[in-house]
Each structure stands twice: as structure tokens, then as C-alpha cells.
Design a protein around this ligand. Structure first.
Ligand SMILES: NC(=O)c1ccc[n+]([C@@H]2O[C@H](COP(=O)([O-])OP(=O)(O)OC[C@H]3O[C@@H](n4cnc5c(N)ncnc54)[C@H](O)[C@@H]3O)[C@@H](O)[C@H]2O)c1
Length: 248
């Protein structure tokens, strides 16, 4: 018997990086996975899932996706809110449009997905919701819009966990550190390959494990929080950062 046998899971941002690794892992563990992403080509390349192409800012599309999932599978056991993006602008160069875009993807869509799935979870008195935040919710680089969205996701995760616990729904968050994905490539350069990263985070061990993480390592954490081994964790932000945030 696999860890997620007979479970129905929805994963946003499933076409790439952490979402894709999570989706692969869930499928390998026996789950039926509905992957949502705006990247149609990337999504269609993920094996073994039901692909639903949508921008997570399109709330009507998210509603259709949830309705379709209930029609086809009769339930939703797991929601992984993961689709995310960032701008690289600092405060003085940033715009209100960037701020709104970032919050719409990284926070509003998390809320909307949770609003849509929780009635179905409450019906069955069972659910697991995992919100992918970031270590930027704990310690910050000058990326105000992104940090605000991730701090919001982390705080909201606690509130939702308190709110839904009585229904058998466990809500938790994950705070990845530096992970090698499309998001770590800024202006064509992989952040995890820069001289600064190699000197400060690796050679001087600002990250005690002295390397960036792989998406599969975050997927392992998400799997744990999504499965039946997770029975007494509520509103926790599980930091998976190789030790980045425990060092001076
Ligand atoms: N990579 C890191 O170092 C890191 C660190 C901390 C947190 N995170 C978080 O992990 C999550 C996954 O990011 P990743 O690193 O795998 O990046 P990624 O770019 O590889 O994947 C993000 C996915 O989200 C999708 N997406 C973005 N905007 C969307 C929208 N409007 N509608 C639908 N889909 C959309 C993208 O198409 C992509 O498939 C994000 O929430 C990110 O903030 C990443």
C-alpha cells in the first residue's frame, strides 16, 4: 500500500520545479493528481496527472477545476497551494502593479483555492492543505512584494489551521530556502551558481548543508504534511532550507 493510495490531490504550479516534483511524488505514491498551471506545455509533460491549464488569478477557472474534480472523483483530500512568482525590483523601482500581481498569485489564489476545496473536505471531515511559503516569511531580502506575500501565506496558514482543525482538516506550510528551479534563475543567471552564492552560502556555510536544495527534497516535506503520517501537526511552518535561517 502506498502512502497516498485512493487520495485525490490538487496541486497548483504543477508544471515546474517544486510543484512538478510534488506531483511526480504524489503520483508515485498512488494519488490521483489534478495539476493546475498556466504553462500548458509544461503541464502536459507531467506524466500521470489530470492537467488543468489556468492562470490562478482566474478564479472562475479555479472554480471550474474544483467542480470538475468533484464530478470525476467525488472528493478532494489534499490541496497543495504552490504556484508562485516574483519580481526582482527593489522598493524604489517597484510598482503597485507588481505588488498586486505578486499578491494575487502568491496569496489570493491560495485563499481562493482553500475556499473552493474546504466545503468538500468538511463534508468528509478529512483534509490536508499545504501552503508553500518561503524562508522569506522569516528573514528577508529586499523583495518587498514577494516577502509580503510569503509572510501573509505563513500567517494565514496558522489562522486557517485554527479555523479548520475541528473538521479534521490539517493546514500546514512549508518554507523552502534556496531551491534549484526556474524561479532561481534571475535574468538568465542561476542564483545558486553565482560567485556570491558559492562564497557566502557554500564556502562560508551560511547554509550549513552548503548547497541549494532540490525540488524533490521539498516534495518529500510536502508529501509528509499531505499524508496520514501527519496527524498531530497543525498550523506549522516547516522550514526546509539546509539550515539557512538558523545561522548568523
Ligand atoms: N525556488 C526557490 O528557491 C523557492 C524558495 C522558496 C519558496 N519557493 C516557492 O515555491 C513555489 C514553487 O516555485 P518553484 O521554485 O518551483 O518555481 P517554478 O517557477 O519552477 O514553478 C512555479 C510554477 O508556478 C506557475 N505559475 C506562476 N504564476 C502562475 C499563475 N499566475 N497561474 C498559474 N500558474 C502559475 C509557473 O508556471 C510554474 O510552473 C512558489 O510558491 C515559490 O514562491 C521557491
Amino acid at each position: 500500500m502506498s502512502v497516498l493510495d485512493s487520495r485525490v490531490a490538487m496541486v497548483t504550479g504543477a508544471a515546474s520545479g517544486i510543484g512538478r516534483a510534488t506531483t511526480n511524488r504524489f503520483v508515485a505514491e498512488g494519488a490521483t493528481v489534478i495539476g493546475i498551471d498556466r504553462d500548458e506545455e509544461g503541464l502536459n509533460a507531467v506524466p500521470g496527472i489530470t492537467a488543468f491549464t489556468a492562470d490562478v488569478r482566474d478564479h472562475d477557472a479555479l472554480q471550474r477545476c474544483v467542480a470538475q474534480t468533484i464530478d470525476q472523483h467525488g472528493k478532494i483530500d489534499i490541496l497543495v497551494n504552490n504556484a508562485g512568482m516574483t519580481y526582482t525590483s527593489r522598493h524604489l523601482d517597484s510598482t503597485l502593479e507588481e505588488w498586486h500581481h505578486t499578491l494575487a498569485v502568491n496569496l489570493d489564489a491560495y485563499y481562493v483555492m482553500a475556499k473552493l476545496v474546504t466545503p468538500h473536505m468538511i463534508e468528509r471531515q478529512y483534509g490536508r492543505i499545504v501552503n508553500v511559503a518561503s524562508t522569506q516569511a522569516i528573514a528577508s531580502e529586499p523583495l518587498g512584494h514577494y516577502v509580503a506575500s510569503k509572510g501573509g501565506a505563513a500567517a494565514w496558514t496558522r489562522a486557517l489551521a485554527v479555523d479548520l482543525a475541528e473538521h479534521g482538516i490539517l493546514v500546514n506550510g512549508v518554507a523552502p530556502g534556496a531551491v534549484r528551479t526556474a524561479m532561481s534563475i534571475i535574468d538568465g543567471e542561476d542564483e545558486c551558481e553565482t560567485d556570491v552564492f558559492k562564497e557566502w552560502y557554500v564556502a562560508r556555510r551560511k547554509i550549513p548543508l552548503a548547497r541549494a536544495g532540490a525540488p524533490e527534497e521539498i516534495a518529500n516535506v510536502i508529501l509528509f504534511l499531505s499524508g496520514d503520517q501527519c496527524t498531530y501537526i497543525c498550523g506549522h511552518l516547516l522550514v526546509a532550507d539546509g539550515g539557512l535561517t538558523i545561522t548568523f
